[in-house]
Design a protein around this ligand. Structure first.
Ligand SMILES: C[S@@+](CC[C@H](N)C(=O)[O-])C[C@H]1O[C@@H](n2cnc3c(N)ncnc32)[C@H](O)[C@@H]1O
Length: 161
């Protein structure tokens, strides 16, 4: 299965929302520290609700620690990309990397990505909320790679009338 990775997240509610997204879709979440909050923040717990027990979350103390153990391709979501996310062929073990709410990712992290994708936006708009961006691209990734009976595949009887 693919994974989500958060680069030094700033806002606990977004991290909690993404933990819940991961729990509901069967997708693991990597949190690359330092974070702008402590990982038992009450605001994060409120967003995760009781899904925390279902979430597969791994903490990494630094970017280099995350890189040292990474296996799949790194797919960076960034407004600096040129390729729309719908035009990429994803792989089952891709890691979708999301930038900080305040500043995205630094140039070295941008350069380390294997693929960089954009969610096209209307002129005059700057960026989407990080959890919304993750959900949009994860939906496309799962559509492409989890249609083979993976945890998130829709049972075959659904939709047969
Ligand atoms: C609030 S945005 C970051 C805004 C930040 N000021 C910047 O310049 O990157 C947080 C993260 O959501 C993702 N994101 C938001 N909108 C996006 C878009 N249109 N295309 C791709 N990724 C996006 C990126 O991973 C981004 O780093």
């Amino acid at each position: 299965m693919p994974r989500l990775a958060l680069y030094q997240p700033d806002i606990p509610q977004n991290a909690g929302t993404l933990m819940r997204l991961g729990a509901c879709t069967g997708v693991g979440l990597d949190i690359i520290e330092p974070c702008g909050f402590i990982l038992d923040d009450k605001r994060m717990k409120r967003s995760v609700m009781d899904y925390a027990d279902h979430a597969d979350v791994t903490r990494h103390l630094s970017w280099s620690a995350f890189q040292a153990q990474r296996r799949g391709r790194l797919v960076l979501l960034t407004t600096r990309a040129a390729v729309p996310y719908t035009q990429v062929a994803y792989q089952p073990d891709d890691i979708l990397l999301l930038g900080r709410e305040s500043a995205g990712v630094p140039d070295d992290v941008h350069g380390a990505a294997d693929v960089r994708v954009l969610i096209p936006m209307m002129p005059g708009t700057r960026s989407l909320n990080v959890a919304i961006a993750a959900a949009m691209v994860l939906g496309e990734v799962l559509r492409q790679v989890a249609g083979d009976g993976g945890e998130t595949a829709i049972p075959s009887e659904v939709g047969k009338g």
